[in-house]
Ligand binder design. Structure first.
Ligand code: ZN
Length: 66
């Protein structure tokens, strides 16, 4: 099974990119829901954590702050 450990401020790639053409999202809020912000157009989306887990493809940039 693939490791999908993500944290606040990580930049992640989703299975489906944003219609603006970008596929890099910054995690800006963690909780029962995860809020991510498109790095292309700054649009933000909130997903239940379980759904986020399913739709996230990989971590592009791991945040240095823990
Ligand atoms: Zn976008």
């Amino acid at each position: 099974m693939e490791m999908k450990e993500f944290g606040l401020n990580d930049i992640v790639e989703m299975k489906k990119g944003h219609p603006c053409g970008a596929n890099a999202w910054k995690i800006i809020r963690m909780g029962a829901d995860v809020r991510i912000k498109c790095e292309g157009c700054q649009h933000s989306v909130m997903l239940p954590r379980m759904e986020f887990n399913k739709k996230m493809k990989k971590i592009l940039i791991k945040s240095e702050t823990e």
